[in-house]
Unconditional design. Structure first.
Length: 259
């Protein structure tokens, strides 16, 4: 998929951006809810364009649609006992595993009545800082679907055909306001840095099996930065690579703001 530089207008049209680089959250539920809170503030004109880097304790994040599975409550109890508490999110897609070492990157911004950027441009604004970080690590990523992966979409980032980033998007219609804000836009990406993609997919599949749904995903179609870099670059203490990647995303995001 080729790059359309029109996505840069999403950065340029904001008077300013604020980048929040959060420590690992104490509460997965509160961390996920925070994106929705920021979206509401932006849609109401109480907050300007905001980007957010965040991580959460180990959990399995599911959609509201999946709470209707026949054995959902039983699956939640069983997975809680296995160290995978289930959290419900507002955006669509499928179940995804999250834990320290998986970076979540969100951009939240107002869409004015005369803005004409589309879904593709929003996803590029979200993913380009990550894509450029991967380039700095000598990893060549491409946009595209990853057949067999959980939460699949056209704006996954894949390296060698393996998914390393998944994305989601949510729109909130603004109440009547004097600033001319039409909508608040939230776009989210999860980047697997220090993660075991096979184990993560196993627990996603466990959720579906235990909840009474026959959906299953291929554990061999995703990967992480740590598994793609030479061991000489990943031998440091756990968490250091993730911290380094957080810093690089911040740098690339700020560089894009200057374009």
């Amino acid at each position: 998929m080729g790059l359309n530089n029109d996505f840069l207008d999403i950065y340029r049209k904001q008077s300013r951006w604020r980048l929040i680089n959060e420590p690992i959250a104490a509460s997965s539920h509160a961390a996920l809810k925070r994106d929705s809170e920021l979206l509401k503030e932006v849609a109401c004109g109480k907050r300007g364009a905001t980007a957010r880097l965040w991580e959460v304790p180990q959990c399995l994040v599911v959609t509201r649609k999946e709470t209707r599975f026949p054995f959902f409550e039983q699956a939640c109890m069983e997975l809680q006992e296995q160290g995978w508490p289930v959290i419900v999110r507002d955006s669509g897609g499928t179940s995804v595993p999250l834990h320290p070492g998986i970076i979540n990157f969100s951009i939240i911004f107002p869409k004015m009545g005369n803005d004409d950027f589309d879904l593709d441009e929003i996803y590029m604004a979200l993913c380009e800082p990550i894509k450029r970080v991967l380039q700095r690590l000598n990893l060549s990523a491409e946009y595209g679907e990853t057949p067999g992966s959980y939460c699949d979409g056209r704006y996954n980032l894949n390296i060698g055909g393996l998914k390393i980033t998944g994305t989601a998007q949510k729109i909130m219609v603004s109440p009547t306001n004097k600033k001319g804000i039409k909508q608040g836009v939230l776009a989210q990406a999860m980047l697997m840095v220090e993660a075991d993609a096979v184990a993560g997919t196993y627990w996603v599949n466990q959720f579906y099996t235990r909840a009474g749904n026959n959906r299953q995903f291929d554990p061999l179609v995703a990967t992480s930065i740590k598994h793609l870099l030479p061991q000489t670059q990943t031998a440091e203490a756990v968490g250091l690579l993730t911290t380094q990647v957080r810093t690089l995303i911040s740098e690339e995001f700020n560089l894009l703001l200057c374009n």
